[in-house]
Design a protein around this ligand. Structure first.
Ligand code: GAL
Length: 673
């Protein structure tokens, strides 16, 4: 490892609320740069990400660098008051790298090479790629370390967005080294991987392969370790750059932009190396609940940064180019969704990209400056938002406090979704959303927590399908409930240890005491098949996907299955454990069932919504000392009246409201009371 370790410094915050986007001046003649900075001033842009895909322009031939143009760009930006998030430019190697080092190209599981002509065509384990990237980063840092425009380093770009794993021979060797470090001996590896099964026992490290295309199911622990390794291999690339930047510019914060709940990379691990956690988010305007998924990601990203301000690094001003049908953001949506990110902790609003490209595969992707220039709706909305952001600096010292948390673990995600399970339809993000979406509707703010987290600051902890669990995590959940916390856990939790080997002694081994039950067998449902949950209080809900056949060991039954051979067996239980309560859900209820359960759990845990508002209105509370700001966002198509508990001032309009504030469709208010 090349790293000088995760960040331990004080949390970093930009000097002002950021507004801007990816700026690719290398695609334009120099005259255009002058127009760019004039327009940036007009729009209130104060931060741009420069040079993300400029490697070929910066190093046109191996070892031959041309920084003169970038010098002029940075000087011009600085002269116009625009701060620079400077990219290390390593996301898209120039064609010469592949020509000189064809072995640096990534290879798929079935042995196909991914060629240049697109982007991200590098093998994460390739020494040639790593050396060339490190050389470039060192040159960049040496050259710009004192440049006054530089406020942030933008390492690479969306690691793994296209290539998250490589199966070439170099990667195979790297995988073996990684396994040697993890296990120390082949005996330990054979035991962890359970290689007695199907005659897979290894007698020599060199016999071990990445999980390349194979006749049928691959060893699951091998697949799981491959996922761990692939995330780590890219993290090593990031750490390599991070270490050089920290050596040469110790005072300049470093980030790399994350993508939504993105399966290939264990962002809990990655986030430790980020001075500022940044996110790219592209909600799909065709989805009626796109804003709910966005909110979930904003809460996840805030949690990755342990509650610190984060930054929305990319979003589209209008349409994207990469969906089959690229719908525009209708008037008001870009503003509404930008405010949503601010409400949930972003310290600014950034776009991909500043000026829409005239060539290349993203030429139909929207830009802050559209092809049509400034006489366009997009530009008018961009300018208006930029002006509005200057009025809400007061937001920046405030933070979000959640009393509920969802446990989210990448390793569990990988393990849960490996093949050969009782049901192939069990997907973690869908399950997380079955909780998150209902809490969103209630305006209950949630954090996400990793397995290692101490949970004592929460009242309610939600555990969707923690299939793979380490003993320490199970003990922490017990401590949480014992001390008075409320827990809700879904089926197929506590089934395997970190090697994907069954916790023997009756499912769910590590949670039996806590839940007061034993699962005798899993009875998944076929697609389209449903059952019912009959609640003791008379409610009845449809359920699907899964049923656990439960034997009680102290838990009480709150609902039972209504149909089939296991009618009458528990579908929802509750167990008093110490001073707290542990709910267990043996199936997937329809949304109304989840809403019923979570309303009850919130009530018992004493978890309150941020505000009581009409359906379709999102409410988030932000606090600093005794000051509270209430962010209200109307995602509905009708005006919404929100009753205020006390008179309040809207930071956006400067208006004082008493009694009721009316939000227009897509309307936003930030109220200080
Ligand atoms: C992001 C990427 C940008 C651009 C954008 C288009 O995933 O980081 O470089 O391609 O998508 O939406």
């Amino acid at each position: 490892m090349t790293s000088n370790g995760p960040n331990r410094k004080a949390p970093f915050q930009l000097a002002a609320m950021a507004y801007g986007g990816d700026y690719n001046p290398e695609q334009w003649p120099e005259e255009t740069w002058h127009e760019d900075v004039r327009l940036m001033r007009e729009a209130g842009v104060n931060l741009v990400s420069v040079g993300i895909f400029a490697w070929a322009k910066l190093e046109p031939r191996p070892g031959v660098y041309d920084f003169a143009w970038l010098d002029r760009v940075l000087d011009l930006l600085h002269a116009n008051g625009v701060m620079v998030d400077l990219a290390t430019a390593t996301a898209s190697p120039p064609p010469w790298l592949a020509k000189l080092h064809p072995e640096s190209l990534p290879v798929t599981a079935d042995g196909r090479t991914l060629w240049p002509g697109s982007r991200q065509q590098y093998c994460p384990s390739s020494p040639a790629y790593r050396e060339a990237a490190a050389r470039l980063v060192r040159m960049m840092a040496e050259r710009y370390k004192h440049h006054p425009a530089l406020v942030l380093w933008h390492v690479n770009n969306e690691y793994a967005c296209h290539v998250s794993e490589c199966f070439c021979d170099e990667s195979a060797r790297h995988f073996r080294r990684w396994l040697q470090q993890r296990y120390g001996s082949l005996d330990a590896l054979n035991a962890a991987w359970g290689t007695a099964f199907w005659s897979q026992q290894y007698a020599d490290w060199d016999e071990i392969q990445p999980p390349r295309a194979a006749p049928t199911f691959q060893n699951p622990t091998q697949q799981l370790d491959w996922r761990r390794f692939s995330s780590d291999a890219l993290l090593e690339c990031y750490e390599l750059e991070h270490a050089i930047l920290k050596e040469l510019t110790p005072d300049v914060p470093v980030t790399t932009n994350f993508m939504h709940a993105f399966k290939p990379l264990d962002y809990w691990k990655w986030a430790q190396y980020e001075d500022l956690v940044t996110l790219d988010m592209y909600p799909d305007p065709t989805e009626p609940d796109a804003h709910v998924y966005a909110a979930m990601n904003y809460d996840l990203i805030r949690s990755l940064g342990t509650g610190r301000p984060w930054l929305l690094m990319e979003q589209a001003p209008g349409q994207v180019n990469w969906r089959p049908h690229n719908l525009v953001k209708e008037p008001g949506i870009m503003r509404l969704w930008s405010h949503q990110a601010l409400a949930r902790g972003s310290d600014g609003v950034m776009f991909f990209q500043w000026r829409a490209s005239k060539a290349g595969s993203e030429k139909f992707h929207s830009g802050m400056v559209p092809h049509g220039g400034t006489e366009t709706r997009t530009w008018r909305e961009v300018v208006a938002l930029g002006q509005e952001l200057r009025r809400i600096e007061e937001l920046r010292p405030t933070r979000i406090h959640a009393e509920a948390a969802i446990l989210f673990d990448w390793e569990n995600w990988w393990a849960l979704e490996l093949d050969s399970k009782p049901s192939a339809d069990l997907r973690l993000v869908g399950q997380v959303r079955s909780y998150y979406d209902r809490l969103f509707e209630r305006n209950v703010t949630v954090d996400f927590v990793s397995p290692g987290t101490t949970l004592s600051r929460y009242r309610l902890v939600l555990v969707p399908n923690l299939y793979m669990v380490r003993d320490e995590t199970a003990r922490e959940l017990e401590r949480f409930v014992e001390a008075g916390g409320t827990l809700v856990m879904s089926f197929f939790s506590g089934i395997v240890n970190e090697h994907d080997q069954i916790w023997l002694g009756g499912y769910p081994g590590p949670f039996r005491r806590l839940l007061g039950l034993r699962v005798e067998e899993f009875a998944p449902l076929a697609p389209g098949q449903t059952n019912t949950m009959r609640m003791a209080d008379g409610h009845q809900f449809a359920c699907n996907l899964w049923s656990d056949i439960i034997a009680l060991e102290g838990a009480e039954v709150l609902g039972e299955f209504g149909e089939g051979w296991y009618a009458g067996r528990p579908a929802l239980t509750r167990h008093t454990f110490g001073r707290g309560l542990a709910y267990y859900l043996a199936t997937r209820p329809e949304p109304a069932g989840m809403a019923w359960l979570l309303a009850r759990a919130c009530h018992e845990a004493g978890v309150e919504p941020a505000a009581h508002v009409p359906a379709g209105v999102e409410a988030v509370r932000r606090q600093s000392g005794t000051a509270t700001l209430l962010y209200l966002l109307n995602h509905g198509h009708e005006p919404a009246d929100v009753a205020l508990e006390s008179p309040a001032l809207d930071l956006l309009t400067g208006q004082r409201h008493c009694g009721i504030v009316t939000l227009e469709p897509r309307g936003v208010a930030i109220l200080r009371s």
